[in-house]
Write a protein that binds this ligand. Sequence first.
Ligand code: A2P
Length: 315
Amino acid sequence: MANVPLVVFNNGRSCPVIGLGTWKSKPGEVAQAVKDAIDAGYRHIDCAHIYGNEKEVGEALKTKFLEGVIKREDIFVTSKLWCTFHRPDLVEGALKTTLQNLGLEYLDLYLIHWPQAYKEGGELFPIDDAGKAIPSPVDYLDTWKAMEAQVDKGLTKSIGISNFNKNQVDRVMESARIKPAVIQIEIHPYLNQQKLIDHCKGLGIAITAYSPLGSPDRPWAKPGDPQLLEDPRLKSIADRYSKSVAQVLIRYAVDRGLIVIPKSVTRSRIQQNLDVLDFQLSPEDVELVASLECNGRLCTMGDVHHPDYPFHDEY
Ligand code: A2P
């Protein structure tokens, strides 16, 4: 079984550097994927309320607990607070809904999914007549205080943030009683995020790379969009190591000191994506992969008018 290295957080807790992503995994596919992943040796699953599949993830976890394959403390489970639940009085209820869906008594990590708060109480994507997301005036610093309270209550072991830019990270760091353990952001060779990674590492925040394979299954992909997994420059590197492009991308992320959460619902790929610990990219190949940077962000939420939209800043 794969012996996946751990990253140690600023609070002393740790997490396997490779986890299974579940964004875009359909409810009918995700339970089998999680079971296959656990059987393959994954001990880290990345979830979120907005993915709409936490119940099925929970069923898979329950099966593996009952089979005696894993105990609760053997597996690291992350989830994320959705934007319509940022108001401090809503945070505990949102976390408890996720726990109920996952069938767990606590999370290992709970993240604020995006810095933008949306209007509470209705749709998960509230939009006005012009089709624009409707903001809520809640400041994510107040949300953060409510996140800290969840650690005190024992409902999550660690807390963190996702999709925050440098200034937003700094605001949280300045006011936090419990510092974020993790920031989860989009990272792959077309968007290498070196500045934000260096900044967060300097602050002692661990970094998780989402969309590490370029998310070819993102719902808004258009024909003709560049496809990371099909990039001939990566294919020629992968051929030299007798590995797949996906494996090169995952190895590359691990070698950058990142936590990485490739998504797959295909058993052979789930297995393959963990089989990256027996090779190392040469410094020349690392440089080649790094040279693919082209500010190729894939995930923006599109709400550019929101006062807390994170991606107007340089990083
Ligand atoms: P599938 O889930 O059908 O196996 P990301 O993690 O960047 O969001 O990318 C996920 C996408 O990459 C999914 O479409 C997934 O397909 C695909 N994928 C995952 N692992 C591999 C792999 N080893 N080879 C090719 N495609 C992969």
